[in-house]
Write a protein that binds this ligand. Structure first.
Ligand SMILES: Cc1cc2nc3c(=O)[nH]c(=O)nc-3n(C[C@H](O)[C@H](O)[C@H](O)COP(=O)(O)OP(=O)(O)OC[C@H]3O[C@@H](n4cnc5c(N)ncnc54)[C@H](O)[C@@H]3O)c2cc1C
Length: 485
């Protein structure tokens, strides 16, 4: 048994490889589960499976990078001088979505189970043409009654299309495509005749969508618009950093964690087992597993080689079904003070630059800080067009994008970091028509029933989605283990 589970959470994220025996002390067969990917999906699968399994099993988690947690990542401004080098920010997922007002919320329950505290986040404001627009009165004053009325009409129509209950259940249509799911969101937006009102809606949702309205469905576009309303859901973060969730999960699972082990290929054997080949600094190694869970984003699944013709074809078809890449670019800047708080006091604002981007007050996550941190989250075309620029240029662009009333930012600049997430999320999660849960997770149910997939792209491109996916797969394997004892 690996001793990693006894390590403090901070060390568990940087554990190394250990060799596991194939049988338990009584000599009976121990089922082996290989999990590919040490992001939230892989860690949740391991955690749920260890809780649910009624039969002996050994889990090995392969992670290509030196760190567990994937896109849940809370780094420091490590290059800044002390004391600023301990200031943290979110480089990946910024917030968690709270659905507990409707019914079960497995992700929120998991976070509570880990003993982590949460803080609610809020942001309803925009910065348009260099001026803050905090409410409808501001909107009316700045852009006139016609734009305000057109925006209110759109808002009413959006709510009419999807109630809070429909919103909560939208990932589980089990094969049915809810109207108006197959119409592009751009078509839906065209029904908003006032160009100013349309620009406001696009600015509000662009960075959440991570794509352009023409590449996604009306249903997904509406979800990303309605999520800003507390009647649909609330937003929260984890006090002390969002990556405390993967740290806590990693510290609680007995699974062997193999960092810097990239899975290169998976071979389906005649007896239903799998050979998993990994590459690491020590060279290539091959291990045999009874079950394999591929817990990767859709753009990484196709980089694995599957050594069985039927399985390879099934994976290609699966990948093609979900192949709607979306993009993020995050630029986070440390300033000597939170100078914007004279005007902006919420957790985030939407800014009408880069096709609409989100400006997070990262330093609100740690209210005792004297310095300030702003995070720009760019999505879609702007993110993919700009990603090739070097960090210094991108930081400069973000400082230039500050509205006139925040111009002092340039003089208060201390340090900046850039994180590129190109193709890392999905523009049309669930595909054009959401599939029943078994079809989402079993790419080759007849040939390779014990090869399963976990991913947020099978649901809604969020941590809630990957949690539901991990839960489904862990339950399936636990059930299969019980049936085969
Ligand atoms: C900028 C940004 C903002 C986001 N904001 C939010 C948000 O506010 N709320 C929300 O709910 N969601 C958000 N998301 C989405 C959220 O981050 C994902 O839902 C979540 O990270 C998916 O987890 P995962 O484990 O499937 O994938 P990942 O987090 O991508 O983890 C996959 C892991 O697999 C590893 N890996 C890749 N290839 C291999 C290989 N061949 N072998 C072994 N390991 C491999 C990777 O190194 C990585 O650690 C955001 C994403 C981004 C990029």
């Amino acid at each position: 048994m690996s001793t990693l589970s006894q390590q403090p959470a901070s060390q568990a994220l940087r554990a190394t490889h250990a060799v596991c025996p194939r049988t338990n002390t009584r000599g009976s067969h121990v089922s082996r589960v290989g999990i590919v990917g040490g992001g939230p999906g892989g860690l949740m699968t391991a955690y749920f499976l260890e809780k649910l399994a009624g039969a002996p099993l050994r889990i090995t988690l392969f992670e290509a990078s030196p760190r567990l947690g994937g896109k849940l990542h809370t780094p420091h401004f490590s290059h800044a001088p002390a004391p600023y080098n301990s200031v943290r920010y979110e480089a990946g997922a910024a917030e968690f979505y709270d659905y507990s007002i409707h019914d079960d919320d497995p992700l929120k329950e998991l976070i509570a189970e880990m003993g982590l505290s949460i803080a609610f986040m809020g942001g309803s404001g925009l910065i348009l043409e260099d001026r803050p627009v905090a409410n409808l009165e501001d909107l009316r004053d700045q852009f006139g009654e016609a734009a305000c009325q057109a925006f209110l009409n759109f808002d009413g129509r959006a709510r009419g299309e999807m109630s809070p209950t429909e919103f909560y259940h939208s990932d589980f249509p089990e094969g049915a495509s809810p109207s108006p799911g197959e119409i592009s969101f751009e078509t839906f937006l065209r029904s908003l005749p006032n160009p100013r009102a349309r620009q406001i809606v696009e600015t509000l949702i662009h960075s959440d969508l991570a794509t352009e309205p023409r590449f996604t469905s009306t249903a997904y576009g509406l979800q990303n618009y309605l999520m800003n309303d507390p009647a649909y859901m609330q937003l929260y973060s984890i006090v002390g950093g969002n990556d405390l969730l993967p740290r806590e999960l990693a510290s609680r699972i007995a699974a062997e964690k193999c960092l810097e082990h990239r899975v290169e290929n998976i071979t389906a054997e005649q007896d239903g087992r799998f050979l998993v080949t990994t590459s690491s600094q020590q060279g290539d190694s091959v291990e045999e597993f009874d079950y394999v869970v591929v817990a990767l984003p859709h753009n990484q699944v196709s980089r694995l080689a599957f050594r069985d013709e039927q399985l390879a074809v099934a994976i290609q078809q699966h990948q093609a079904y979900y192949d709607y890449p979306a993009h993020y670019l995050r630029v986070t800047i440390l300033f000597d003070s939170p100078f914007w708080r004279k005007t902006l006091t919420e957790s985030f604002w939407m800014l009408d630059r880069f096709g609409g981007c989100c400006l997070y007050d990262e330093s609100l996550r740690e209210p005792a800080l004297e310095c300030g941190v702003l995070g720009w989250l760019l999505g879609g075309q702007a993110a993919s067009d700009l990603a090739h620029h070097d960090d210094a240029h991108l930081i400069d662009l973000m400082l230039d994008s500050l509205p006139d009333f925040l111009r002092e930012g340039r003089d208060r600049f201390l340090s900046g970091h850039v994180h590129r997430w190109i193709g890392a999320v999905n523009a049309r999660p669930g595909g054009v028509r959401p599939l029943p849960q078994p079809s989402r997770h079993h790419p080759a149910p007849v040939k390779c029933p014990r090869l399963l997939l976990v991913g947020d792209y099978l649901y809604d491109s969020t941590l809630n989605g990957v949690c539901d996916s991990a839960d489904y797969v862990a339950r399936w394997i636990a059930g299969d283990l019980t049936n085969t004892i």
